[in-house]
Ligand binder design. Structure first.
Ligand code: FAD
Length: 324
């Protein structure tokens, strides 16, 4: 998308007068998972900090964007520099991405306000913030009310993003001091096999149609994990699979499992029940492998492969040179 109104130069660092604002840390122009949802929850306004923030602003397309290049800034210094800018914002929303989860408590401490972590929704009014917080791997929702300005982290995939618009973009200069702070030694890519399902860009899911019989299940899911790892993806499953104990509960996608919002979801033998697809968010591409061409999963897929799921997985493993 193109940005129509870009105000360059140093926009004066005076406190922003908005009631809610998303704060998103950008790395080399790449937005973290959950960024668009956080912006939507914050009324389509965002402050982007990090590196490549202008490119990220264009991709995000929020109604109002402030962006500051803070390359190499350490988190405590960044929180201190940002605090005067956001001190009047009643609700600050950060995506619960790794950077968001790291930075949110520092910002809350700097502003001397509470942190409402891992929210599935949050609203603000003149009296305070109301939020639902997800606990016990999503099995419990806790409604909280906070009668003062708050910092909130929002679960990725908890809501739909807004369509991008041609919004206004303001450049801000933050003067980050260098003092005693956390030091970044290295940034390691997550292991796809064990990474948080909610944060994965690619997910390969398994359902009952992948399992030939109970005895075959452990091997089928070991192979699914190996193929997924080769594709740079993590694994998910339906409730039928987690209830049977073939995958851990933290791998369950759905309304009583994890909400995801990947770029790619490949579903092997998944029917696509509403309780499952309810946790899919807005995947950019869906591939369904199912013997039933009219099952809901295939109906919503960009590509439906009508074939035996286990046989296709075996063939894929063969071609990729993967063994469980
Ligand atoms: C309160 C409640 C909460 C729930 N929460 C969740 C949740 O969070 N997540 C979730 O996933 N479910 C949840 N469920 C369960 C959900 O309703 C479905 O039962 C479940 O998602 C179905 O899982 P499945 O697709 O693996 O199995 P099935 O419904 O048994 O479907 C199997 C699919 O595999 C296909 N198939 C069969 N053989 C083959 C083959 N050889 N090759 C390829 N395809 C084949 C079939 O055509 C079918 O589409 C919940 C249910 C309730 C009541």
């Amino acid at each position: 998308m193109s940005v129509t109104s870009t105000h360059r130069g140093t926009h004066p660092v005076e406190a922003l007068q908005v009631s809610r604002l998303a704060v998103v840390i950008v790395r080399a122009g790449v937005l973290p998972v959950g960024a668009a949802e956080a912006v939507a929850e914050a009324g389509n306004r965002v402050l982007l900090v990090g590196s490549g923030t202008q490119a990220a602003a264009g991709e995000l397309g929020a109604a109002r964007t402030w962006h500051a290049e803070t390359v190499g800034a350490a988190p405590a210094g960044l929180a201190a520099a940002m605090a005067p800018l956001v001190r009047d914002v009643r609700m600050l929303v950060l995506p619960a991405s790794p950077d968001g989860r790291d930075f949110a408590p520092r910002l809350a401490a700097e502003l001397d306000r509470p942190l409402l972590a891992w929210a599935t929704q949050a609203t603000v009014d003149d009296e305070g913030t109301t939020a639902s917080l997800s606990r016990l791997d999503g099995r419990l929702e806790v409604d909280v009310r906070c009668d003062q300005p708050c910092v909130v982290t929002l679960v990725p995939g908890a809501r739909n993003p807004l369509p991008p618009s041609n919004g206004e973009v303001f450049e801000v200069v933050l003067d980050v001091a260098h003092g005693v702070d956390a030091e970044r030694l290295a940034v390691l890519e997550p292991d796809p096999e064990t990474m948080d399902l909610a944060e994965a860009a690619r997910v390969v899911g398994g359902g009952a149609g992948l399992v030939r019989d109970d005895a075959d299940a452990p091997e089928a899911f070991a192979l699914l994990r190996a193929v997924a790892a080769r594709l740079g993806a993590t694994t998910g499953a339906t409730r039928v699979i987690t209830d049977a104990g073939w995958m851990r509960h933290d791998r369950q996608i759905g309304t009583t499992g994890v909400s995801i919002s990947p770029d790619l979801y490949i579903a092997f033998g998944v029917a696509g029940a509403s309780q499952h697809t309810g946790g899919l968010g807005n995947p950019k591409h869906v591939v369904s492998v199912n013997t039933d061409p009219s099952c809901p999963m295939t109906a919503m897929a960009d590509l439906g492969l009508v074939t035996d799921a286990r046989a296709l997985l075996d063939e894929l493993a063969d071609r990729l040179g993967v063994t469980p």
